[in-house]
Design a binder for this molecule. Structure first.
Ligand code: ATP
Length: 264
């Protein structure tokens, strides 16, 4: 299945040519620890996939492979036909423009205001037209209901507002895909619901493809088209939220119902 030469525009393999994101037989170990063991996963454009699984099972590691921050030991990763793991760091710009990652803490710059944080990717990519920057910043902030807080610094924002700032920064570059690492963590049920509504809005308004690592079962049933459960380095379950609920797999049931044997 692996291709013989590096090529940024070569389409993904024929049988999965329509997939926007594709992981094929991806394996990754750190020292002697096998984190991903032959993982296969594919997402269509506009789809929302939630990744669940016990702590330390490779969920964040999977996101980092998609955006090219980590390389697999074996296997292949494609994003919109680009062969991510064959790209050198200096060839990653098209991937980073298509795919944004929302890190757990939001990864905001504390010395920049909300609007400066949101404008950052535009400046980084060389846009200098002040009017266009302002227009796009305002549109992104309105999309996450933060327009009136644009002059605040991250330290004076709530956790949910910081996460929404991170979402605005991810969409401003017109990313086609957003990877969210535990977007609901540390939020109360209302704050968590607001983030879910934002994710749904990104789906509906901008047709964003989303991969969301989450431990929040309620959120999964609101936002996911499909759910993948990572367990012991492999995809233990892949299906719709309803199929997850109906799964006969004891490991899956123990996990979603919070029974602790699953991590043993
Ligand atoms: N750069 C690295 N070097 C060494 N080990 C790493 C590295 N990155 C991740 N790991 C290890 O890989 C495993 C999977 O990490 P990962 O962050 O993907 O877990 P996770 O499933 O996202 O967990 P959680 O739900 O707790 O966030 C962990 O044991 C972690 O210590």
């Amino acid at each position: 299945m692996a291709e013989s030469s590096s090529n940024m525009t070569k389409p993904a393999p024929a049988e999965s040519g329509r997939a926007f994101i594709e992981l094929i037989n991806v394996s990754k170990r750190f020292g002697s620890q096998v984190v991903l063991d032959n993982v296969n996963l594919s997402l269509q454009h506009g789809e929302t996939l939630c990744i669940i699984g016990p702590s330390g099972e490779g969920k964040t590691v999977t996101l980092k492979h998609i955006i090219g921050l980590l390389k697999p030991d074996s296997g292949d990763i494609y994003v919109d036909g680009m062969h991510v793991n064959r790209l050198k760091e200096r060839e990653m710009a098209p991937i980073r423009q298509k795919v944004s990652m929302l890190f757990q803490g939001g990864a905001l710059f504390d010395n920049l205001t909300v609007e400066q944080n949101v404008a950052f990717p535009l400046l980084e990519h060389g846009l200098r037209d002040r009017e266009e920057i302002d227009r796009r910043v305002r549109a992104a902030l309105q999309a996450v209901d933060l327009d009136e807080h644009r002059f605040k610094y991250p330290t004076s924002l709530s956790g949910g507002m910081r996460k929404r700032t991170g979402i605005a920064r991810a969409i401003i570059d017109r990313s086609e895909c957003i990877l969210y690492d535990e977007p609901n963590s540390g939020l109360d049920p209302i704050g968590s619901d607001i983030i879910d509504q934002m994710i749904l809005r990104m789906q509906r308004r901008y047709k964003v493809t989303s991969v969301i690592v989450t431990h929040d079962m309620r959120s999964i049933f609101k936002i996911a088209n499909r759910v993948a459960m990572l367990y012991r380095g492999q995809i233990r379950f892949l299906g719709t939220p309803q199929e997850l609920r109906d799964s006969q797999d004891q490991i899956v049931q123990d996990f979603i119902n919070g029974r602790s044997d699953v991590t043993g």
